[in-house]
Ligand binder design. Structure first.
Ligand SMILES: [Zn+2]
Length: 285
């Protein structure tokens, strides 16, 4: 098991914790509002051989201190459909098809899984409602950040100014080479030139924390871009009215950190998955 001092250093808005003896990431601002976790490769779900097994999900439920049948899962399909879980709702026999879950149920924990895509967790400091969402480039082009905020407003009376959002580990512009079709997809979805100029780079954008994958082409390929999911998430949430100082991005690239994080781009089909999970707590009135 990795010791905390071997884990990559997230943005200062996050910190590593040990949960059941394994490392997980939490967002300092969300900690005050709602129990939540971003798991790592060290969890059962992060191992490809055990990732799809019931035990991996039961383990997660146990760490979130809920019964296993109170873990609200979805079948993720890289779109922007919303599953709404209300207090006292019956539990559906099968997970619905959705990439966004919103809830005001204090005895449920919402969970999405990812291995490069951006996992988003949201807490409403006024109503206590929560959301979990999953967005890769397809989800971002479909407007997942905006759709999630609008769903919280519509279903639970949230105000964007009361939301705090944590974006967990996901592939960064250090590693995420995409084809020109991806950019064209955003253009067709109505995103403007200024946004696209911030999100699509002609060269990889490594940092001291997030080195580029060794396998990247030595020189940038024609008709390809390096996509910055993190900028797209920040801008999408801000456009939906969430104050920028309440948007927290871990800035840890999944592909850059094989020791701690799962990456489909790096490892292909054998990659494990990481969970992002959150539950509501009672809001003091
Ligand atoms: Zn990277």
């Amino acid at each position: 098991m990795a010791k905390p001092d071997t884990l990559p250093q997230p943005n200062g808005s996050f910190r590593w914790v040990q949960v059941g003896g394994r490392p997980a990431l939490v967002c300092r601002a969300l900690e005050e509002l709602a129990p939540h976790l971003f798991t790592t490769r060290h969890w059962p779900l992060g191992a490809s051989r055990t990732g799809d097994r019931t035990e991996a999900w039961d383990d997660l439920a146990q760490q979130m201190r809920i019964e296993p049948d109170r873990l609200v899962r979805v079948r993720q399909v890289h779109r922007a459909d919303v599953a709404v879980r209300r207090k006292d709702d019956r539990i559906p026999p099968d997970p619905p098809q959705a990439d966004i879950i919103i809830s005001n149920d204090p005895v449920a924990a919402l969970v999405v899984q990812a291995a490069d895509c951006v996992p988003l967790l949201i807490a409403d400091r006024r109503t206590g409602s929560v959301a979990a969402a999953h967005a890769g480039w397809r989800g971002l082009a479909a407007g997942v950040p905006r759709v999630t905020v609008e769903a919280l407003e519509r279903e639970f009376g949230s105000r964007p100014a009361d939301l705090a959002v944590a974006a967990g580990p996901s592939i960064g512009a250090c590693c995420y080479e995409v084809s020109a079709d991806v950019r064209r997809h955003f253009e067709a979805a109505g995103f403007h030139g200024a946004d696209l100029a911030r999100w699509f780079h002609t060269r990889p954008q490594p940092t001291a924390t997030n080195p580029s994958l060794p396998g990247l082409p030595p020189t940038p390929r024609a008709e390809h871009w390096y996509f910055d999911c993190w900028a797209a998430v920040r801008d999408g949430l801000a456009a939906a009215g969430v104050p920028r100082d309440q948007i927290f991005v871990a800035e840890l690239c999944t592909a850059s950190h094989p020791g701690a994080l799962c990456s489909y781009r790096r490892d292909g089909a054998p990659a494990g998955r990481m969970a992002a999970t959150i539950r509501k707590v009672k809001v003091k009135t």
